[in-house]
Write a protein that binds this ligand. Structure first.
Ligand SMILES: *Cc1c(COP(=O)(O)O)cnc(C)c1O
Length: 382
């Protein structure tokens, strides 16, 4: 294994190989915008919205500044207010709950399944009860498709209907995935995503989008995106924000969307190869039947006693790792004052101690992947 140490450090996500593959067309697309002068709401923004709609089958697409604003804009359109309970997992990026607090509503954290890392509807039932006991109004659920794998919508949708709450799907990690033939972007009253550079479909800065089949909701979102504009841009009919996507980022995304399906296929081959090489040493991620993932992260579960040593060991061999998420949102300083389902979230707490993510991107070649698999296997077998 000492030979490994002489190899150059690997990237966790290899955006440079993707850029080289796209060649001069991507740089040309950016330059076209620079020369055109249409930096705000240029033609590329609307072209991207049409292409995203065609890609996922949503009737309406509203691009915006980032994935956090995408979530917030939907909550604003739904007129979320103090006294509302908005349910969401705690095993996610803080943005999912952050937007709820922006509007003065209360995030109520729900536990997840240990095998899929996604929302557990049994815990949602408990969370609804907790919210009612505290005098809050159950209003909406923000589900998260963690690491690129869709949550279990066949159970989530009827649970939402039963409690009269709307569903917002946070697909920041899963855009491009499918749930039993349904593409992400067609779930709930709306789906949001992020084009942060490290997401499966990323731009060269911040970006996001909202998908919905509800034309009226889309109109409201377009108004919110532009400071609550009414028919006339200086007639502000509601409180909105500056939520626009830059034209340059739209141009980048148009180029990247053209190769996205191929990249998804490559990520799936890489994930299967990781599974085959590592299933003897760790709990590897398994996709439920009829679901596809875009593998935003490839995340192993490793006994807590070994997990904390694995990252530094791999780092010594030039192999980067990440922990998503070492501290669940409900345990973070700013979020401890909000509510959790019942007495706590035992699965979330356990996963936080056991997860570790390996390099994952469409340009991980087999020899490099073998180097990673060998190193992880050697440490975990010892
Ligand atoms: C990345 C991410 C967001 C936020 O997206 P930004 O574009 O960084 O604002 C929200 N939710 C989840 C689950 C994410 O992974």
């Amino acid at each position: 294994m000492t030979t490994h140490t002489t190899l150059p450090p690997l990237p966790f996500i290899d955006l440079q190989s993707q850029r080289q593959r796209l060649g001069p067309s991507l740089e040309e697309a950016v330059l076209r915008v620079v020369r055109s002068g249409a930096y705000i709401m240029g033609a590329e923004v609307f072209e991207l919205e049409r292409r995203l709609a065609a890609f996922c089958g949503a009737k309406e697409v509203v691009t915006c500044g980032n994935g956090t604003d995408a979530l917030a804009m939907v909550l604003m359109a739904k007129e979320v207010r103090p006294g509302d309970a908005i349910f969401c997992p705690s095993f996610t990026f803080a943005a999912t709950a952050e937007v709820v607090a922006w509007l003065g509503a209360t995030p109520v954290f729900v536990d997840v399944h240990p095998d899929t890392f996604n929302l557990d509807v049994a815990s949602l039932e408990v969370a609804v009860k907790t919210a009612r006991e505290r005098g809050l109004k159950p209003t909406g659920l923000i589900s998260v498709d963690l690491f690129g794998q869709p949550a279990d919508y066949d159970l989530i949708e009827p649970a939402c209907a039963k409690h009269g709450i709307w569903l917002l799907s946070d697909a920041a990690q899963s855009f491009g995935a499918t749930y039993k033939g349904r593409k992400m972007g067609t779930i709930g009253v709306a789906t949001s995503t992020s084009f942060f550079p490290a997401k499966p479909l990323g731009c060269y800065g911040d970006g996001g989008a909202i998908f919905t089949d509800d034309a009226e909701l889309a109109d409201t979102l377009r108004s919110i995106r532009n400071h609550g504009a009414g028919r006339d841009k200086y007639d502000n009919v509601r409180i909105g924000m500056n939520g626009r996507l830059d034209t340059i980022q739209a141009a980048v995304l148009i180029e990247k969307l053209a190769i996205f399906e191929d990249e998804i296929a490559k990520r799936n081959i890489i994930a299967e190869r990781y599974n085959a090489g590592l299933e003897a040493f760790a709990l590897v991620p398994r996709l439920p039947e009829m679901l596809t993932s875009v593998w935003a992260q490839y995340t192993l579960r490793v006994p807590a006693a070994k997990r904390d040593g694995l990252g530094p060991y791999l780092k010594g061999l030039g192999i980067p790792t990440a922990m998503y998420y070492p501290t669940p949102v409900h345990r973070q300083t700013a979020y401890q004052r909000f509510l959790v389902a019942g007495n706590g979230l035992p699965v979330t707490d356990q996963l936080a101690k056991e997860v570790i993510s390996l390099p994952m991107h469409a340009y991980l070649d087999p020899a490099v992947q073998d180097r990673i698999i060998d190193a992880v296997g050697a440490y975990l077998a010892a």
